[in-house]
Design a protein. Structure first.
Length: 220
């Protein structure tokens, strides 16, 4: 069965927690039943395979937060269930069918999260009702397969993942890039991920909320 990552542009998003890592949740040590990728709020999340949305949690504010669940059976009768957790918003309803690559949610940090600002997606996968490491099930014919294992970032690099910024009077993109990355020349990276809300990098307006992207492979 063809399974893809639940987002595009893989190289931008660092893995922040692998399958099987142990962490503290509500006073107990638990094993991480999925893979987390840090990403800016409102990153489009895609159906990792074609199937049926069998459950949505649109309001949950604990645990996985707002979550969308998809299931499918392959032609050998194996059952696959995926969940995308911590979404800001879910765009599909329970009972609907989705095709691989359809936008089904936007990323957020609802529910339980850790780290610098918490914006990430949690991708969980069950095969025949048992949680497995999604990285072992991704489609090997995916043309982006060389991107499936982004560089694991250390804590210092993760500081480059900063989330949102609300423009204040007198701000310039150059100044904002300098504030976040220490180098104004990265204004172009901020512009690139906000082209839906900024048409011209020299014209920005107070109270606009910008996405501040992770910069990988740029020595930050
Ligand atoms: Zn997670």
């Amino acid at each position: 069965m063809k399974i893809n990552l639940p987002f595009g542009n893989c190289k931008m998003y660092p893995i922040t927690q692998l399958f099987g890592e142990r962490f503290l949740y509500r006073g107990s040590i638990v094993s991480h039943k999925g893979v987390d990728w840090a990403m800016p709020k409102f990153t489009p999340l895609l159906a990792p395979f074609s199937g049926e949305v069998y459950r949505v949690e649109k309001q949950r504010d604990w645990g996985y937060g707002r979550t969308v669940y998809i299931r499918a059976k392959d032609d050998r009768g194996q059952r696959y269930e995926a969940l995308l957790a911590h979404c800001e918003e879910i765009l599909v309803e329970a009972g609907s069918s989705v095709k691989i690559g359809n936008v089904i949610a936007h990323s957020g940090r609802t529910g339980f999260w850790r780290g610098r600002n918490g914006y990430h997606v949690h991708f969980g996968l069950k095969v025949n009702n048992i949680y497995v490491d999604p990285l072992n099930y991704l489609d090997i014919n995916n043309p982006n397969q060389e991107q499936l294992f982004p560089e694991k970032m250390d804590e210092a690099k993760l500081k480059a993942f900063l989330g949102d910024y609300k423009i204040k009077k007198g701000d310039t993109l150059w100044g904002i890039a300098k504030k976040f990355y220490g180098n104004g020349a990265h204004y172009i990276d901020i512009f690139n991920v906000n082209q839906d809300i900024i048409k011209n990098p020299n014209k920005i307006y107070p109270d606009t909320i910008l996405r501040i992207p992770v910069l990988i492979n740029k020595g930050i």
